[in-house]
Design a protein around this ligand. Structure first.
Ligand SMILES: Nc1ncnc2c1ncn2[C@@H]1O[C@H](COP(=O)(O)OP(=O)(O)OP(=O)(O)O)[C@@H](O)[C@H]1O
Ligand SMILES: [Mg+2]
Length: 487
């Protein structure tokens, strides 16, 4: 694909010479003689140049003003509320300026605006070629990165949080509203697997910071010292082993989002340092004497009762209240079973695509079986269950029998395969019976419930047939208590 070059030059002869030269080198050249024309060429649906080669002074103004306008559209204006993601542009071009007379003020301003290079006229063509080639390489790299970012943004719109239930709809509404608010921190709470990680990605990618970094760290995953230096960075020589200066993750998240997973595990001293980051937007590296300004949004997730930890004195209340200004509580799956109707087809399609298999009709018995389960692992557990079924299915039929909980009373009953209620055993712990005798009672009851069938009793006790046979012999259960000899 040939690189696109936008040439902004009002001197007709020079413009024609450059256009001819770069077209000959394989560039696709668009020529404009005024800033107004160039603004049109740069607008969405225009020529989308990789490199802009521009004269500085044009009949309708200074080209730096056009560059500045582009930057503002791309990054937002400092101090001004960020523009909504759909209004923002991605700058995929590098700017090279040709100046008639060396203006220091212009070049300083240009460098601040991120111009690639300044060249004085008359230009030396071989030198210009090298500079333009460098700009093309840089633009190509940026385009590749923004294609990755755009793919992530496309993967995490608010609608990625699936579910038709009222709690799921309310969660989506809240995420939608938060994505547009310039919050400094949001607390995400919910049991394991309820979608806190997903909500964090949505808040980043669907919000105005999607062009910035999303830096994620799990506070429970690292020992204290390592976590501190990962988060805050260190100066060279701050401690033995710290040979070079290292910017911490908080600094790396500058202009973007810092996602602190399992925040409840953060030690007390790090809680204090984090509070400073959220309140004052400043960070001090370990061993550092000065603070660095950072502009990060903090998303903090917890699957424990953080308010309870505050009450117990294990988590700082000032940090809790700072993080808790906005809270998103992800409801457990068992409180929104209606969402199964959306989540199951989603996961069936996702894993079906991996193995090239489609399940046009999901069996009716699937729904009551899924609804009967308690889902302690929430949506992650559901996703894993569906993955297993889809990957192990050997036909276009969804394999109900592979549901790990399908043998539990309620599920099977509703799936239409009647089975007697499981026996209930009462064991009096009054010191009369030993552990071995209790084991014997349990085995005896299991065999009785299974009509003496050793295989079935082993399944009921979730042990191997051989293990059970050994114990049956040990306790000599063949002739006592059991009506039928174990088969
Ligand atoms: N509403 C939803 N729609 C679609 N997928 C979801 C939804 N909620 C969660 N998931 C998916 O379920 C899985 C588990 O979610 P996630 O990792 O976000 O949970 P979590 O709350 O962060 O869990 P943990 O506390 O264990 O870290 C992920 O694959 C996620 O994409
Ligand atoms: Mg998570």
């Amino acid at each position: 694909m040939s690189p696109v070059l936008l040439l902004i030059e009002d001197e007709v002869l020079l413009a024609q010479e450059l256009a001819h030269h770069f077209a000959g080198l394989g560039y696709e050249v668009t020529l404009c003689a005024t800033l107004a024309d160039a603004a049109g060429a740069l607008a969405p649906g225009g020529c989308d140049p990789w490199v802009v080669l521009s004269d500085m002074t044009l009949p309708d103004g200074n080209a730096l003003d056009l560059l500045q306008a582009r930057r503002t559209l791309a990054d937002g204006q400092p101090g001004v509320a960020p523009s909504a993601p759909e209004d923002r542009i991605t700058m995929g071009e590098e700017w090279i300026f040709l100046t008639g007379y060396g203006s220091v003020r212009d070049s300083v301003r240009g460098l601040r605006l991120g111009a690639f290079e300044f060249l004085e006229k008359p230009v030396d063509l071989p030198h210009l070629d090298l500079i333009v080639q460098g700009a093309v390489r840089s633009s190509r790299a940026q385009r590749r990165l923004s294609a990755i970012d755009a793919a992530d943004d496309a993967r995490y719109p608010v609608a990625a949080f699936a579910g038709r239930s009222a709690p799921a709809r309310m969660t989506r509404d809240l995420l939608q509203r938060l994505a547009r608010v310039p919050f400094s921190a949001v607390l995400l709470e919910g049991e394991t697997g309820t979608g806190k990680g997903l909500a964090a990605r949505i808040l980043h990618h669907a919000g105005p910071r999607s062009g910035g970094p999303l830096v994620e760290i799990n506070c429970a995953a690292l020992p204290h010292e390592l976590l501190e230096s990962e988060l805050f960075g260190h100066e060279a020589g701050a401690f033995s082993g710290a040979r070079q200066l290292r910017r911490g993750l908080i600094e790396q998240a500058d202009g973007g989002t810092l996602f602190l997973d399992e925040i409840g595990e953060l030690a007390g001293d790090l809680q204090a340092k984090l509070l400073k980051v959220v309140e004052d937007r400043r960070v001090r590296r370990i061993g550092g004497s000065r603070e660095t300004a950072v502009d990060v949004r903090v998303l903090a997730a917890s699957n424990r009762d953080l308010a309870g930890r505050v009450a117990a004195g294990a988590f700082r209340s000032d940090l809790y209240h700072r993080l808790n200004t906005f809270q998103v509580t992800l409801p457990p799956l068992r409180h929104r079973l209606d969402d199964l109707q959306d989540l199951v087809p989603l996961f069936v399609a996702e894993f079906g695509a991996l193995v090239g298999r489609r399940f046009p009709a999901l069996p009716a018995a699937l729904w009551p079986a899924l609804a009967a389960h308690d889902w302690p692992g929430n949506i992650r557990e559901l996703r894993n269950v569906i993955e297993r079924c889809v990957l192990l299915a050997d036909s276009g039929q969804f394999p109900l029998h592979l549901l790990p909980f399908v043998s539990s009373g309620r599920a099977e009953g509703s799936a239409g395969q009647a089975r007697p209620a499981a026996p209930i055993l009462t064991i009096r712990l009054d010191g009369e019976r030993s552990l071995e005798q209790i084991e014997e009672d349990v085995i005896r009851a299991a065999l009785a419930a299974c009509d003496g069938n050793l295989q079935a009793a082993a399944r009921l006790l979730r042990t191997r047939r051989e293990t059970l046979r050994y114990r049956v012999q040990k306790y000599q259960l063949r002739d006592s208590g059991v009506n039928h000899a174990p088969r």
